[in-house]
Design a protein around this ligand. Structure first.
Ligand SMILES: Cc1ncc(COP(=O)(O)O)c(C=O)c1O
Length: 353
């Protein structure tokens, strides 16, 4: 088990030494000041109400206070990024020395971990999930090497749709001498499977969540990293100062006032997912629909490439995952509105191999 001191030793030396950019705005915490510090235009003629002429709060303090209350965390345990993709990139940059260190992933999984690693010239060690998409813990611990600084577990996993048992995740975080990132982008569809409660026990754990899925704000680009305050401090040091714009912050603040709408929408999507699953399973071109803890279904078909092209021709866009390991002939289908799902089923009924 890692202490916070041991965890902080994992930070790349240049990042540990880094003096971050400091804006006068983050040094001033009062209100109604005359703002002559940031070379902004004092006239807000584009959008007066939003005060779009001003830079946003670099530390997003108001939103973090609200999120902290909602999640039972402290504001200083929260990092907000330009999508959770920003957090993925920053974590790799803070902990992995280019051309020396590696990350580990459990395939098949979300593609951005490998892309961010490649951009940073960090190698990727792939561990294959079991046939039921669970993690093979023994194989992982038998094969890890000291260059692996960050491990990503996506739970619920994209594209397989399943959440990993909390016990599995705890075994990894308690025995691994590096950073474990649990990407919970879809956790609002199965909140009981969240590992957020493990954070106070394990300083080497980072939990990612996002406003892009259940919260219906993919266009705003806002993701969250929850972690020990000393880890959050490092991510804040490395991020661009004004990484979330004023319009996105305003939308986020509005969304945080209407949490009940999110819950209603999640339940609607879950009901629709189960209905869609049943209808898909009855189709001749579908071999299997995997269980899902998310807002999408992984569907094993008779011929994914052909069905994918057929659907595109009918102006229905799904994700062809058939080239991913363990996903032969699989399409990933997002749960849409009832009429969209119905149309998908009708079109698939008419499919001829
Ligand atoms: C598992 C997973 N993590 C992260 C993301 C990206 O989320 P964001 O929009 O917050 O960058 C996605 C988006 O599809 C995802 O599937």
């Amino acid at each position: 088990m890692m202490s916070i001191d041991k965890t902080l030793k994992l930070i790349r030396p240049n990042i540990a030494r880094l003096q971050p950019y400091s804006s006068a705005r983050s040094e001033f915490t009062g209100s109604n000041a005359i703002l002559l510090d940031a070379n902004e235009n004092p006239y807000s003629f584009i959008d007066e109400e939003m005060e779009i002429n001003r830079y946003p709060d670099p530390m997003q303090r108001y939103a973090k206070r609200k999120i902290a209350l909602l999640k039972g965390m402290e504001p200083n345990q929260i990092f907000l990024g330009n999508g959770s993709d920003e957090a993925v990139d920053l974590i790799i940059r803070c902990f992995c020395e280019p051309s020396t260190d590696s990350i580990a992933i459990f395939s098949p999984t979300y593609g951005m971990y490998s892309v961010c690693a490649a951009i940073n010239n960090v190698a990727v060690k792939q561990f294959l999930l079991n046939d039921d998409f669970s993690i093979n813990i023994n194989q992982f611990f038998d094969n890890i090497s000291s260059d692996i600084k960050v491990v990503f577990i996506c739970s619920p996993n994209n594209p397989t749709g399943n959440a990993q048992p909390i016990k599995t995740i705890e075994r990894v975080v308690s025995q691994f001498n590096g950073i474990l990132v649990v990407d919970e982008a879809y956790i609002d569809f199965c909140p009981e499977k969240s590992t957020l409660n493990l954070l106070n026990k394990y300083p080497n754990l980072i939990v990612l969540q996002t406003f892009s899925k259940a919260w219906a704000m993919a266009g705003a680009r806002i993701g969250i990293a929850f972690a020990h305050e000393n880890i959050i401090r490092i991510l804040n040091k490395v991020k661009f100062p004004y990484n979330i714009g004023v319009p996105s912050l305003k939308v986020l603040e509005r969304a945080l006032e209407k949490t009940s709408s999110t819950k209603i929408s999640v339940n609607q999507i879950i009901d629709e997912r189960e209905m869609l699953k049943m209808k898909l399973q009855a189709l001749p071109c579908v071999e299997k629909v995997y269980p899902s803890d998310t807002n999408f279904l992984l569907v094993k078909t008779t011929d994914a490439n052909s069905i994918y092209r057929y659907l595109l021709n009918k102006t229905i866009v799904v994700r062809n995952r058939s080239n991913e390991p363990l996903c032969e002939n699989c399409l990933r289908i997002t749960v849409g509105k009832p009429d969209e799902n119905q149309r998908l089923i009708e079109i698939l009924k008419a499919y001829e191999p």
